[in-house]
Write a protein that binds this ligand. Structure first.
Ligand SMILES: Nc1nc2c(c(=O)[nH]1)N[C@H]1C(S)=C(S)[C@@H](COP(=O)(O)OP(=O)(O)OC[C@H]3O[C@@H](n4cnc5c(N)ncnc54)[C@H](O)[C@@H]3O)O[C@H]1N2
Ligand code: MOO
Length: 415
């Protein structure tokens, strides 16, 4: 795999305010897969892994013409009724095909999934016919090929069934198994480090005083990384001390393909993540036209990309999804994605100012989009309440109940 360039996140000279679309495009164009390949991984272990190569079908699906129903096989069409056909002895059952040819003008018992015997091409549903004195009696017409599934109608032998960079899901595993693909080449899981920073931040479970807060971001981001199918490397929490931040990033750079940090990226006196990345790496502090989440630091530190997320949990979550999730997908060998959104009527009122895109915590009830009552970037209850986000573009807009808005469910980010 090619290494990423040290200055890959640099903004062009003179640029200091980045629209969301431009920030996304810049990330997309500068990142590429950084992981190796695990060969011949059995299907049972492949769910959630990303294909490293296209997969071609070794055989057709279905492999032979077979019946979709229980009934009687005959040569179609049946255009004149009543139609009476003598039944021959024997049957075609799933796993037990009829080996002979069915003589012209005859019919044979057939079961669902059984191979359509030679001399027949059509199946009448058993509920739609009668058997009288060993003869099949049909009172309705039938098109040739009715109730028969053709060999290869779903997949032809050598068809490309899945493309490289696809993240495997249970349904895709079913497709692979259907044509006998027992193992696949997949990318090694992206190793994502998660680091929290801040003198006021304490890990859950430790003793705290009034001026301290529990670390909400690391468990949240760790759960996100795991749920997206990546390997979580917990880099812990460090105080706002340059040496500690540097030591944690050193560890991270050795163990991870990407590091997500939270806190310490705005311009404050104690924003040591930015300072450390500046002193020992190549950093680009992007002021992105997004609310929440304006400060986002992108850096290369000892060859490893670092996404410096804002400390406020809502901003960290929004940026991790909007920028982090597609970036991680690309680094992991998957496809860059623009999250699928749905335009639905709003069930809220908002006077949006021009300048920045806004991401509101949202959910859909009875076909309408509700947003959380507070936009405060520290309000974690809104995160738990939400099932997705409303994205409003940078323009000024007045939203009233019924105004169409763009809702992005969290599932669109791969969750
Ligand atoms: N002069 C300016 N000040 C600030 C700006 C700005 O542009 N100019 N931006 C504001 C915005 S917007 C945000 S967001 C924050 C981001 O700053 P940092 O990334 O440096 O974050 P901190 O200052 O370290 O923390 C912000 C906030 O979040 C809390 N926090 C931090 N880590 C955690 C954690 N792991 N779990 C829970 N909560 C966390 C922290 O206590 C602060 O309250 O800067 C604004 N200021
Ligand atoms: O990133 Mo800040 O939390 O936009 O508000």
């Amino acid at each position: 795999m090619n290494e990423l360039r040290n200055d890959c996140f640099a903004l062009p000279p003179g640029v200091n305010w980045t629209p969301v679309e431009e920030a996304l495009e810049r990330l997309r164009s500068r990142l590429h897969p950084v992981v190796g390949v695990d060969r011949a991984i059995p299907l049972a272990q492949a769910n959630g892994r990303i294909l490293a190569s296209d997969v071609f079908a070794p055989r057709a699906h279905p492999p032979s013409n077979n019946s979709a129903v229980d009934g009687y096989a005959l040569a179609g069409p049946v255009s004149r009724v009543p139609c009476i056909l003598p039944l021959i002895e024997g049957r075609s059952a799933a796993g037990e095909p009829y080996a002979e040819r069915v003589p012209e003008g005859h019919a044979i018992r057939i079961l669902t999934g059984a191979v359509i015997p030679a001399g027949t091409d059509t199946v009448v549903l058993e509920e739609d016919c009668e058997i009288r004195d060993g003869q099949l009696v049909l009172n309705g017409t039938l098109k040739a090929g009715a109730n028969a599934r053709k060999a290869g109608e779903d997949i032809k032998s050598q068809d490309r069934i899945l493309a490289a960079s696809t993240r495997l899901t249970p349904t895709q595993i079913s497709v692979l198994a259907s044509v006998g693909v027992a193992s696949v080449d997949v990318y090694q899981p992206l190793r994502v480090g998660v680091l929290s920073t801040g003198d006021e931040v304490k890990p859950v479970g430790s003793a705290v005083t009034d001026w301290q807060i529990y670390d909400a971001n690391r468990p949240m981001l760790g759960a996100l990384v795991s749920q997206l199918g990546y390997e979580l490397v917990d880099l812990g929490h460090v105080l706002d001390r340059a040496d500690d931040v540097k030591a944690a990033l050193d560890r991270g750079a050795k163990q991870c393909d990407l590091i997500l940090t939270s806190g310490g990226v705005s311009a404050g006196d104690e924003d040591h993540v930015s300072k450390t990345l500046k002193a020992h790496g190549e950093i680009s502090n992007w002021r992105i036209a997004i609310k929440p989440g304006r400060p986002l630091a992108l850096a290369m530190f000892q060859g490893t990309p670092v996404v410096g997320l804002p400390g406020n949990p809502v901003a960290a979550w929004v940026c991790a999804l909007r920028f982090g999730a597609p970036a991680m997908a690309l680094l992991a060998g998957g496809k860059w994605f623009e999250p699928q959104s749905y335009v639905l009527p709003a069930n809220f009122t908002k006077n949006k100012k021009p300048g920045r895109s806004e991401m509101l915590r949202a959910r859909v009830r009875e076909g309408q989009v509700e947003v959380f009552g507070s936009e405060g970037s520290g309000r974690v209850t809104g995160l738990a309440w939400s099932e997705g986000m409303v994205e409003l573009d940078e323009h000024a807009q007045q939203i009233e109940p019924g105004t169409p808005v763009r809702f992005i469910p969290y599932g669109s980010f791969g969750l």
